[in-house]
Design a protein around this ligand. Structure first.
Ligand SMILES: [Mg+2]
Length: 217
């Protein structure tokens, strides 16, 4: 089954990848109702067959991959209806235990502010480090967030005063940033970790991350 490349615009949707549930069954990648409406026919999805394995894939699949935050064009986010960003700190903005932010990230955040994006930092790291680096970027921050639990994301959303689909979560970890962002209904972008050195617990999860993302990056 083939579809026009701009089907999401025809259907009045912001992006092509809102959901992967029916894409796996050869549908639009939006949802079953829209598939039926657009194609005029029934499209079998894993949901219909009782196969629940797709749920884990959906919850742990980022909407977009990027090598670094500054590789994501502002225009692309605007086109996807994103107006706010929740950004992770460690290994997303700077390496583990580094204290100096990369010039590219400082410039990217400054340009994002100029374009009207609202940005907050949500980190599992302790307060002093997160506060210092957030101040350098001129953004609010929520340290000790216990991601993927939703508390930090909910506080960030309140701070941004945007709807959940207008917010993108950017981070380097599948099981904290992406999973937490998905649980809260945000657009998610998974970046490459800046360095492999990290907390022992993070290194443990990286192993499963590699399994989940095999052949996807
Ligand atoms: Mg991180």
């Amino acid at each position: 089954m083939s579809y026009p490349t701009d089907y999401h615009k025809i259907l009045g949707l912001r992006t092509k990848s809102l959901c992967t549930t029916c894409a796996q069954a050869g549908g639009f990648g939006v949802n079953k109702r829209i598939c039926e409406q657009a194609s005029g026919g029934y499209v079998e999805s894993p949901e219909d067959t009782g196969d629940n394995r797709y749920k884990a894939k959906v919850m742990l699949g980022p909407d977009r991959f990027a090598p670094r935050l500054h590789d994501v064009p502002h225009e692309e986010l605007e086109a996807a209806g994103i107006r706010g960003l929740i950004i992770d700190l460690d290994n997303t903005l700077l390496g583990f235990r580094e204290t100096e932010l990369a010039r590219e990230h400082v410039d990217w955040v400054a340009r994002a502010h100029e374009r009207g994006f609202r940005i907050v930092m949500v980190s599992n790291n302790f307060s002093t480090r997160v506060n210092t680096l957030a101040a350098q970027l001129n953004v609010a921050c929520f340290p000790n967030a216990l991601k993927p639990l939703p508390f930090g994301f909910l506080r960030a959303k309140r701070c941004l005063q945007l709807r959940r689909r207008e917010i993108a979560v950017v981070g380097d970890q599948l099981f904290t940033d992406v999973l937490g962002g998905k649980l809260c209904g945000h657009y998610t972008i998974l970046t490459e970790p800046i360095e492999l050195k990290d907390f022992a617990i993070t290194r443990f999860f990286r192993f499963f991350e590699r399994l989940m993302l095999r052949g996807k990056r």
